[in-house]
Design a protein around this ligand. Structure first.
Ligand code: PMV
Length: 294
């Protein structure tokens, strides 16, 4: 039995999304697969070592005995590219298939995968899970009046990803922002406005780049950037990118640069010459309908 899910990048609105403001995130052409097969004895991970969080997630998602789980992934781990959300969604899908239910409601997969994601990240907004499930470009808002809808851009969004090589600890970053949340309302509000502007600027890469830049400044003001992230943002801009920002919870992880050609190739060349792991991503071509969270 298999369960699959997409990797993702947050284009705009991370952290503010935890406080009920919208975010825009895109699935990328990287993914994760969970394969389940029968085994004698207790359920276990094969081909890897389960840390405490993964052990707990497996206890929640899978029967206690008789299942061997194997994970294959092309999503970098701990870089803000949605590997834990993809793992949560893929595990839930595989577990549902294991029980013999073949067409689960999207809202069921969302609810169960969010419960698993809480094991990894404490208090996730749900944006990562929504994108991991759908493979789409998504406008997302959490909460009672929450909503998720897929957006069809006019054309590809030319993104280059630059990896700091540093672990991005989502739970720690979200907790740190929580301590400053009451004095950061104006930052969250502006981030929300930027998301709405970004949705209307997908065809206008110069405008979208400016939104990336302002979003990065707001994330700096929120205290979630790091010198390594700021350096990659500067490299992207100096190489001709139209805008750049950290993506995900910050502290480490990746920067995304909006870099149409020839800036994209120039940036990749310069990054590689400095030993930085840099790569392009594209949006998947076969997204699924977005499931509305309950
Ligand atoms: O897991 P990351 O690094 O992609 O961060 C998720 C985005 C946050 O807004 C920081 C947290 C959340 O749950 O939305």
């Amino acid at each position: 039995m298999y369960g699959r899910a997409w990797g993702k990048l947050i284009l705009c609105g991370e952290h503010a999304v935890v406080y009920g403001y919208p975010a825009m995130a895109s699935a990328v052409d990287r993914g994760l697969e969970v394969a389940l097969s029968p085994v004698e004895g207790p359920t276990r991970l094969v081909g890897g070592i389960a840390d405490a969080s993964l052990r707990m997630a497996m206890e929640l998602a899978l029967p206690e005995y008789g299942v061997a789980m194997r994970i294959s992934s092309t999503i970098p781990q701990g870089r803000g590219m949605g590997s834990s959300a993809a793992l949560s969604v893929a595990m839930v899908r595989a577990a549902i298939a294991w029980q013999g239910d073949c067409l689960p409601e999207a809202s069921l997969v969302f609810r169960r995968s969010l419960a698993l994601e809480r094991v990894f990240h404490g208090n996730p907004s749900g944006v990562d899970n929504t994108v991991a499930m759908s493979g789409a470009l998504v406008y997302f808002k959490k909460g009672d009046a929450g909503m998720a809808r897929s957006i069809t851009p006019d054309g590809p969004i030319p993104l280059v990803v630059l990896d700091t090589g540093l672990y991005s600890d989502t739970a720690a970053m979200v907790a740190a922002v929580k301590e400053r949340a009451s004095s950061s309302a104006h930052i969250f509000r502006r981030m929300g406005q930027l998301v709405d502007l970004a949705v209307g600027s997908l065809h206008d890469h110069a405008a979208l780049g400016g939104i990336f830049d302002e979003n990065h400044s707001l994330l700096q003001a929120l205290g979630v950037s790091a010198p390594e992230l700021d350096e990659l943002v500067a490299l992207a801009r100096a190489s001709g990118a139209l805008g750049a920002k950290l993506s995900g919870s910050g502290g480490g992880g990746v920067v995304i640069a909006l870099a149409p050609e020839p800036a994209g190739r120039r940036l990749l060349r310069r990054a590689m010459a400095r030993g930085i792991n840099a790569f392009t991503v594209s949006q998947p071509t076969t997204p699924q309908p977005v499931g509305l969270p309950d």
